[in-house]
Design a protein around this ligand. Structure first.
Ligand code: ADP
Ligand code: ASP
Ligand code: MG
Length: 419
C-alpha cells in the first residue's frame, strides 16, 4: 500500500466526461489498495473567465476579493469529482482550503503556502476515503481566502504530498511528460524519462509551464517524488509512465545518455523597458530598481550600456508583461529622482532559454546559441545566464523559429516526428 497524491490540471477536468476519466484513474489506485488524496484545477479556461470578471468589475481590483472570485473554479471541480467518485462506488469527500486549513501568507493572488494541517486528511484517507482538495487556494491567518498565483495547483499538490508524507505525487496533465521543449510548438520534441529538480526548476522558471516553478522548488526542498504524466487514457486503461523528477545523483545512476542541453523554453510574458539617458553616477541604478522593488515588480534581465559622452547611459530591463503599466507608472513618478530623459516600452518580446546541467562542464553553449540565432537573422536584445541556463530576449515574432532552430542546434530533435 502506498500513500499517493494525484493532481489533475484544467484540461483533465474540463467537463463531466473528462472528470469521469479522472475518477476511473483515481479508482484504479484505490482498488490497488492505495490511500489517495486528489488535488484538482478549475476546468480549463475557467480561471481566465473569472479573472476577466474581476477586471470588468474593477480594473484596479482588490486582490482579497479577486481571490474569493478566482478560487471558486476549483471548488466546483472538487465537488464534481467527489460526486463522480461516489457515483462510481468510491468513498470520497471534498476538503476546501479553509476546511483543512491550508495556511498561506497574505500576499493575495500570489500567496505562499505556510503549513497544511494534515490531521483531518490523514484520518479520512486512513479510513479509506479519497480526499479531494481544490488546488490553487488557501487561507490567511485572519481567515481570508487566498490564491497561489497562476498554475498554483501544482504547488498545492506538492505541498499536500509533503504534508501527508506521500510516497509519490503524480501530476496528470494533457501531455505525457516533460519534453525537450513545448511539444505543441515543436513536433520533434522528445519526451524525457527523467529530469533533475534543478533543471526542471530552471525550465519552469523560464517558461515551461508544464509545472509551476514554486511546485518544483518545494518538491526539491521536501524531497517529494514527482511524476508528470497524461490523464488522457482510454477508459479503463492504465496511464503510461511519464517523466520522473529526480536528484542529480539518481540520474547519474541511470543508463540514460545525458545531453549537454536538456531543454529549450520560451516565455512571452515579459515586456522590455528602456530608460534613455540616465545619469551615469553611483546610485543611479538603485533609484530605478528601488521603487520597482517597493511596488513588488520583479525585474528579470538588465543591461546597462556604456556611458555616452555627456555622462549618461541607457538602461534596459524586462518586467512581467502583466506589470508593464504599473512599472511605467512607478518609473514616471520617480522621473525626477532617476533623472532619465525618456522611457521606451516594448511588450512584443520573448525570452528564449536553453537549460542543462551539462553546461557546468562545457564551454561554448552560449556562443553556439548566438551563432544558431544569427544564422537565421534573429537579433538578440538582451542576454542573461546562470550556471545551467542561457537566456536571450528576442522579437516575439521569431519565437517559434528560435525555439525550433535551437532545438535542432543542440541535437534534441526526435528521430521521427511525434504523432
Ligand atoms: P495543466 O492544466 O494540466 O496544469 P498546463 O497547461 O499548465 O497544464 O501545462 C501543460 C502544458 O505545458 C502542455 O500542454 C504544453 O503545451 C506546455 N509545455 C511547455 N513546455 C513544456 C515541456 N517542456 N514539456 C511538456 N509540456 C510543456
Ligand atoms: N486554475 C488555476 C489557473 O488556471 C490554477 C491551476 O490550474 O493550476 O491558474
Ligand atoms: Mg498547469
Amino acid at each position: 500500500m502506498a500513500r499517493i497524491v494525484m493532481k489533475f490540471g484544467g484540461t483533465s477536468m474540463a467537463g463531466i466526461e473528462r472528470i469521469r476519466t479522472v475518477a476511473s484513474l483515481v479508482k484504479r489506485e484505490v482498488d490497488a489498495g492505495n490511500e489517495v488524496a486528489v488535488v484538482v484545477s478549475a476546468m480549463s479556461g475557467e480561471t481566465d473567465r473569472l479573472v476577466n470578471f474581476c477586471r470588468e468589475a474593477s480594473p484596479l481590483y482588490d486582490t482579497k476579493e479577486y481571490d474569493v472570485v478566482v478560487s471558486s473554479g476549483e471548488q466546483v471541480t472538487a465537488g464534481l469529482l467527489a460526486l463522480t467518485l461516489q457515483a462510481a462506488g468510491v468513498s470520497a469527500r471534498s476538503w476546501l482550503g479553509w476546511q483543512l486549513p491550508i495556511a498561506t501568507s497574505d500576499a493575495h493572488a500570489s500567496a505562499r503556502i505556510e503549513a497544511i494541517n494534515a490531521d483531518k486528511l490523514g484520518a479520512a484517507m486512513a479510513s479509506g476515503q479519497v480526499a479531494v482538495i481544490p488546488g490553487f487556494q488557501g487561507m490567511t491567518e485572519d481567515e481570508r481566502v487566498t490564491t497561489l498565483g497562476r498554475g498554483g495547483s501544482d504547488t498545492s499538490a506538492v505541498a499536500v504530498a509533503a504534508a501527508i508524507k506521500a510516497d509519490r505525487c503524480d501530476i496528470y496533465t494533457d501531455v505525457d511528460g516533460v519534453y525537450t521543449t513545448d511539444p505543441r510548438i515543436v513536433p520533434k520534441a522528445r519526451k524525457l524519462n527523467y529530469v533533475t529538480y534543478e533543471e526542471m526548476l530552471e525550465l519552469a522558471s523560464v517558461g515551461a509551464k508544464v509545472l509551476q516553478t514554486r511546485s518544483v522548488g518545494l518538491a526539491m526542498k521536501e524531497k517529494v517524488r514527482v511524476q508528470v504524466l497524461s490523464s488522457f487514457v482510454e477508459p479503463g486503461q492504465a496511464p503510461k509512465p511519464g517523466t520522473l523528477i529526480v536528484s542529480e545523483d539518481e540520474i547519474e545512476d541511470t543508463d540514460m545518455e545525458r545531453q549537454l542541453i536538456t531543454g529549450v523554453a520560451y516565455d512571452k510574458n515579459e515586456a522590455k523597458i528602456t530608460l534613455i539617458s540616465v545619469p551615469d553616477r553611483p546610485g543611479a541604478v538603485a533609484t530605478i530598481f528601488g521603487p520597482l522593488a517597493d511596488a513588488s515588480i520583479n525585474v528579470d534581465m538588465i543591461i546597462q550600456n556604456i556611458a555616452h559622452d555627456q555622462g549618461s547611459t541607457d538602461v534596459t530591463f524586462t518586467v512581467p508583461a502583466a506589470e508593464l503599466t504599473r512599472a511605467i507608472d512607478v518609473l514616471e513618478k520617480a522621473k525626477a529622482t532617476i533623472g532619465y530623459e525618456k522611457i521606451l516600452q516594448d511588450p512584443k518580446v520573448c525570452k528564449v532559454s536553453v537549460v542543462g546541467v551539462g553546461m557546468r562542464s562545457h564551454a561554448g553553449v552560449a556562443s553556439d546559441m548566438f551563432k544558431a540565432l544569427a544564422e537565421r537573422g534573429i537579433n538578440i536584445q538582451a542576454i542573461s545566464t546562470s550556471e545551467i541556463k542561457v537566456s536571450v530576449l528576442i522579437d516575439a515574432d521569431f519565437t517559434e523559429l528560435a525555439v525550433r532552430v535551437l532545438h535542432t542546434a543542440y541535437g534534441l530533435d526526435a528521430e521521427e516526428t511525434a504523432a
